[in-house]
Design a protein around this ligand. Structure first.
Ligand code: SF4
Ligand SMILES: [Zn+2]
Length: 634
């Protein structure tokens, strides 16, 4: 059973928590109506972890998947993970079969179980892009989305709405924005411009093109002449365009209207260029090579159009506490199952005498694991001592260190803090910095300390790792022996939870959480972690310029020693020892030399082919579209 609290204790904890919001709830008046049966775009992605087990890899083939029926997860080898919820396809792709949540169209909120506990109605299935680790937009995210949507289109239909974010594979941080169970658009961190960019989805474009936003969006709306055939993915020339506003800049996302279809695309030319070409095309002599080339140049690339019904946003969006109420039975069940898992494991004959620890990193997942363990081992007749173990790497965020200490002190939890001290900096003076593909920091700053807790004696460690965190974690077993820490048996009681479930539990239990989540961080690790997104590094440097200055001074010296430009480190390329193809492509785009760069001029035959494998088009150069798009965004 979930640990019981007295009403007043629980209430006061909730009150405390309610001061911390998961995003603003400023209202905006938007007409109410929503289509019932449409599902959000379920997409499968190629599993590319980019040598980074913590992160989903670059977007590969995007494949529409239904929530049932014959698809890749059925067509695969049938290799079933121990959890039974992950399937490896024939092509080696991993798919989560639990990739859906539900949406209550009456209460306008997400459900983690089929039925809404507020109105009793069944929810609509919302299939998520993999790895389906959807979560609530936090304070910083809400502000970021607001800024990006306004910058792109001059208004924000999402203001005051309950937003979910679903991470998707990409070059760096990339997320779908979900509103009313539908994908409104994506935000991704662009490694060329080193800034976030927003692109609407076809559903998002439809919202922007509907009242009351259509007029505000007119300067960003391209109207096509009647088009034949499919438009999705097509480049459209100027003579196929009815209107192309002067305000449009090349590389910007634009809204598209074509008959009864609406959608979005990317402008290939600016409004002024478009006008010039249109004016000249009628008058110029046909022998003018320039004009002929310009006429052939696409004016806009259509990314997606559709005739799907409009997703109408509710005038009033529920708050996070309403979402907790709508999911209360499901959250209780999740908690109960996890507590039973912990109790069952620690009470096994072989485990009864072993000391119990919770690996507490200061992140949300280990926070939940800690609270569940506390509940599991403090019930009547179940009392058992346990301690939280925090491996202080010496390069943790100051906020994390303070949070871990204050949470344990405030909740009567014994904390064992193992400090690596200056081990990282000492090692750094001997070796190059750690990279995604060579993370010596884990051993130096964490594993050595972890081993020191029991020094080889048998013990149990409750761990908050989850399958949906990354494709590499997709097959976490219920428990396993840690090969790197002597005597340690790990148990993973929340391995099947999605991020949204973790946050709902935190909110329900009124747990304090690491303030970094409200300041733009999705995952808590060391402040200069090479496995983190460049977006997170940039954010870190905004809130801790003194830490960033120390790291950048090291990187500047490292770049100088290796004959690399300062842009090489500024664009986050220091995070790889050996660059993956997508980062080689980025170097090409930025015209940066990288370590081990081949001399392409001298290469011939198969050697040349190998050299260009996976690096864009056959010349190994970024495609024209990408160059054009980035040019407009810089
Ligand atoms: S820097 Fe990253 S990979 Fe290294 S110990 Fe810290 S969290 Fe782990
Ligand atoms: Zn409901």
């Amino acid at each position: 059973m979930v640990q019981k609290h007295s009403g007043s204790e629980q209430d006061s904890k909730r009150d405390r928590a309610s001061r911390r919001t998961f995003g603003s709830t400023v209202s905006a008046d938007v007409p109410v109506r929503l289509k019932k049966e449409k599902e959000s775009s379920g997409k499968g992605y190629h599993v590319g972890t980019d040598g980074d087990p913590e992160r989903p890899g670059i977007v590969g083939n995007i494949r529409k998947k239904a929530s049932s029926g014959s698809d890749e997860r059925n067509a695969g080898t049938g290799t079933d993970a121990r959890s039974g919820k992950t399937v490896t396809g024939r092509s080696g792709r991993v798919f989560y079969t639990d990739d859906s949540v539900f949406w209550c169209d009456s209460c306008h909120l997400p459900l983690i179980g089929e039925k809404c506990c507020l109105c009793g109605r069944p929810g609509r299935v919302v299939t998520l892009s993999q790895p389906a680790d959807v979560r609530f937009a936090m304070d910083y995210d809400v502000r970021l989305v607001d800024r990006l949507v306004r910058e792109a289109f001059g208004c924000n239909p999402l203001e005051g709405k309950l937003l979910l974010l679903n991470k998707i594979p990409g070059e760096d941080q990339a997320m779908e924005i979900l509103v009313e169970g539908d994908v409104f658009g994506t935000i991704r961190f662009d490694l060329v411009g080193l800034r976030y960019v927003f692109e609407p989805s076809a559903a998002g474009a439809k919202i922007l093109l509907a009242e009351p936003f259509a007029e505000i969006c007119r300067p960003h709306t391209v109207v096509l002449k009647k088009a034949e055939g499919h438009l999705n993915g097509k480049n459209v020339r100027h003579d196929q365009i009815g209107s192309f506003p002067e305000e449009i800049r090349a590389g910007e996302p634009v809204l598209i209207i074509s008959g009864n279809l609406t959608g979005y695309g990317i402008a290939s030319v600016s409004g002024q260029e478009f006008r010039m070409i249109a004016e000249n095309s009628g008058n110029a002599p046909r022998s003018s090579l320039d004009i002929t080339l310009q006429e052939r140049q696409p004016a806009v690339r259509v990314k997606a159009v559709s005739s799907d019904p409009l997703t109408v946003l509710p005038a009033d969006s529920p708050g996070i506490d309403d979402v907790v109420k709508a999911n209360i039975d499901h959250i209780r069940n999740l908690g109960k199952t996890a507590i039973n898992t912990i109790r069952g494991f620690v009470n096994l004959e072989a485990n009864r005498a072993k000391p119990v620890y919770v690996s507490f990193s200061g992140g949300k997942d280990s926070l939940v694991a800690l609270d569940l363990t506390k509940s599991a081992l403090s019930g009547k007749g179940q009392e058992r001592a346990f301690s939280a173990v925090f491996l202080n790497t010496g390069i943790d965020f100051p906020e994390t260190v303070s949070f871990v200490r204050s949470f344990c002190a405030g909740n009567g939890i014994n904390l064992i803090e193992k400090k690596a001290g200056d081990a990282f900096w000492t090692e750094l003076s001997r070796l190059d910095h750690p990279t995604k593909d060579e993370r010596w920091c884990c051993k130096v700053c964490k594993l050595n300390s972890a081993d020191d807790v029991e020094r080889g004696n048998e013990h149990i460690s409750v761990d908050g790792k989850r399958r949906h965190e990354s494709f590499v974690r997709a097959t976490i077993p219920a428990s396993d022996r840690n090969p790197k820490v002597r005597g340690q048996m790990n148990i993973f009681p929340i391995r099947d939870w999605r991020a949204i479930e973790v946050w709902l539990y935190i909110r329900w239990r009124g747990l304090d959480y690491n303030p970094l989540y409200d300041r733009g961080f999705e995952r808590i690790g060391c402040w200069m972690c090479p496995a983190a997104f460049q977006a997170e590094y940039v954010r870190m440097s905004e809130i801790h310029p003194e830490l960033a200055a120390r790291w950048e001074s090291y990187l500047a010296e490292w770049a100088r020693r290796n004959g690399l430009k300062k842009e090489y480190t500024a664009h986050g390329l220091w995070r790889w020892k050996e660059l993956p193809p997508k980062m080689v492509r980025l170097c090409e785009e930025l015209d940066l030399r990288y370590p081990g760069a081949p001399d392409r001029k001298k290469a011939k035959g198969p050697e040349k082919k190998e050299m260009y494998r996976g690096t864009g088009n056959k010349q190994g150069r970024p495609t024209k579209n990408r160059v054009r798009e980035n040019k407009g965004r810089r």
